[in-house]
Design a protein around this ligand. Sequence first.
Ligand code: X8Z
Ligand code: ZN
Length: 646
Amino acid sequence: MKKLALVIAAATFTLAGCDRETPEAGAPAPTADNKAVYGADTTNAGTVARAQDASADQLDAEAAKAFLDNAQDRLAKMAEEASHASWLASTYINVDSQYTEALAMERYTALAVELAQEAAKFDQVELDAETRRMLTMLKQGLVFPAPNDPELTAELAQIGSKMQGMYGAGKYCPDQKPGSEKPVASDDKQNKCYTLTEMGQMMASSRDPKLLRELWVGWRKVSPPMKPLYERQVEIGNAGAKELGYDNLSAMWRSKYDMPADEFSADMDNQWNKVKPLYEALHCHVRAKLNEHYGDDVVPATGKIPAHLLGNMWAQEWGNIYDVVKDEDMQAPYDLTQLVVDSGMSEKDMVKVGEKFFTSLGFKPLPETFWERSQFVQPRDRDVVCHASAWNLDGQDDIRIKMCINKTGEDLVTIHHELGHNFYQRIYKDQPFLYKEGANDGFHEAVGDTIALSITPKYLKEIGLMDEVPGEEKDIGYLMQQALDKIAFLPFGLLVDKWRWQVFNGEVQPGDYNKAWWKLREEYQGIQAPVARSEANFDPGAKYHIPGNTPYARYFLARIQQFQFHRALCEAAGETGPLHRCSIFKNKAAGEKLRKMLAMGASKPWPDAMEALTGQRELDASAIVDYFEPLMEYLQEQNKDRECGW
Ligand code: X8Z
Ligand code: ZN
């Protein structure tokens, strides 16, 4: 999310993001009402000054409320402006759009910082819980706060837009001539440059280790120029966090979960420990299969797995190598990509399939403007940020997704992910500005994924994409396919922000950025770089969320939460069979339960929202562990004579 908004959970205030809710964050459009109060086209300076004076003189509950009302109006207006600039900068990358976006972000950040510092004046005032919660959220709204200094605010905004543009426009241009060591795919096209989308497709389907290694190395040329910018961004952001009363950005990022920062990171580790045995079993099996396929020279039977062979540029999800991992007799019940291709549907039709799932649960159809303004297909004539994101530009109904859709099963799932953001944004649109967010950012990431867990064979048959529902003997294949995405992701989801937290708190200095990144990749994922890396590389920068400044712990949380949500919704739907066979398609009772939770936005601490849906107040990894139990048994059997671990 890119949000500029404050609230954005994600990026709220930043521009980067995936679910740019910040804009998602909601930037409600100025209404006739607030125009009447504040004047149509001024910055409300007079009114604001009066409100601030009042709060300075008399710091009581009434002043706090007046301050909050005013602050939210101003932020909403500015977030809307910034969202439009940001949409342009992401869909037309050029000097001018970046300039405009940076300017809008600069203004937004300056305002958000000013208001956050103002909010701190009420720290010692006795207030009702609601007012206190809003003030706290106001202080935490920015992902990368600038200090209260116009030059630094401008510099920070420019760095953000620049890095995002560098990533979005990034390409790999092999310089070898055909016939030498060049990538197979460019044999016939001299001087062709590859976009990340193209390379992603090749990483997914090629089994040529040489080509895969070249693409892996080639894409990572995008990021070394980002390193000085990133260093500076951290420096300025840390100074901003300090002015807001946090030790550093690490403490600030970890403080957004309705519990003390250290408790939050401890809970992440705790959840990881519960799912680790499943990951280790999967790793062991996948390594053995890769060893069989590629031989000892490419993938040794023990130790870490080379990172370029897992079907994904970052080795974060491994579903694309199902063909290598499956047993000869283990047919997946279906190949979703094949079903999409065979159906002849267009990219827009794929989005319609996603919308239909939500409307089947009782959600309102997407507005006409969604279809007019979204970007579904990568434009041929210009650079865009292809990384999928969902936006709400006006805090009301101007919701959109921005994707470069490929006709694959993977992208059909991503469409559901993005639509989950949009339906969430829309259902909480009448909350106050500060509450136009997920219960926490993991909730926002989990909604669409929860729906996608219902893309079962039974559902695919129901919508006419499949003829027959395969028998239960195919379940292990289905679970393996799911695990390659869901379980394989977990350590990656954990380590991206472990790295950032260390960078932010100074434990890792710029001279060790890449070393620290690979230490975590090796330790948690059990993978290793296919070629030697050094500090001349900046591999974290080759992953969208680093230059895009989107926090990542949310995706780890979402992987755990979505199984809790799925379990609760299946129960509401009266499904009694195994969780992996449950689809809530068309179930209005499940839809109602989900909508009720989503409509809360961030108005209550997240355990309240969790309870509304699941009856539980905690993260509970038992749901994901239960879902994969049959697969765990299978893996243990397969691994019994293998030496696992790395
Ligand atoms: O960034 C995303 C979404 C947008 S919020 C496409 N995801 C993470 C990633 O791609 O790294 C979804 C899964 C993890
Ligand atoms: Zn997302």
